[in-house]
Write a protein that binds this ligand. Sequence first.
Ligand code: B12
Length: 246
Amino acid sequence: MSAPDPTLVRAYGDTLNDGQIMLSFSLPVPFGEEAKEAARQLCRQMGLEAPQVYHAHDLGEGFTHLVVYARSPHVVDTTQLRVTKMEIAHLSKDQTETLAAQKFTRKIRVLGACTGDDAHTVGIDAILNVKGYHGDKGLEAYHCLSVKNLGAQVSNERLLGEARQFQADVVLVSQIVTQKDCHRSNLAALVDLAEADGVRGKLLFICGGPRLSHQVALELGFDAGFGAGTLPSHVAGFIVQQLSAR
Ligand code: B12
């Protein structure tokens, strides 16, 4: 097989450069042939070729869930991509502890919460709880960190109030639900509130969630953002390196 051309990258389905992609979506159309044809027409309007409905499922109440396989004729030149990435080394727990011992005489105080209406605590717990995630110990296991986890559905006002009381150095915010972009508005509102309270520059603000990236976090006024698959050691290493540099 010849090497892929990085200037002409297409989606890969069965063979290199076949442009095949799979889409999953729901339509407010009752389950049946009309729903499948509506899905195919939508795909053609998106510029996709030869759409095939691989799966259709009756969601009830006049809705259908569909999975469509289709060919995209478009290409991406990956040599021209400019992506904002975290320019920081990934340290092991021991390396982070050693750096912190050299740089700080007290524990770094980390306050975490899942904010707004969001009740998904598994992500923030994976980062903070001592047991951690994927065999990687959580921030509570670090000697250099003192951690407080406020849990779910914490308002921005309460989070900043608790940050003041706890004398936090770092605020960790989890946003899992992204319906109607509520994660963006909620995170932006926290930054506005922190600025109004005069604490934005004094604390390290970090957000995370499966549909967040470092780039989006910076756009929203945060210091960093972590996405799906983040390990606690990524976050601990970032915190200690970032605060050491300040
Ligand atoms: C478990 C679950 C629930 C549980 C949550 C229990 C709990 N205590 O957390 C329950 C049943 C309560 C629930 C409820 C709902 N859920 Co739900 N839920 C899920 C599910 C299946 C798994 C989420 C999870 O635990 N992932 C595992 C963790 C480890 O991964 P993670 O969250 O991505 O976290 C990692 C990273 O993102 C990152 N990270 C996360 N936070 C942070 C924070 C910081 C600071 C950092 C550094 C890193 C970081 O690190 C973590 C480790 O790597 C997802 C689907 C899915 N497969 O993701 C839907 C999902 C998130 N839920 C969804 C929805 C819609 C809901 C409801 C609205 C359903 C309803 N109609 O009632 C409610 C909302 C309740 C509310 N008010 O929030 C949607 C969200 C869609 C969207 N785009 O917004 C999803 C995606 C399902 C779907 N496909 O539709 N849910």
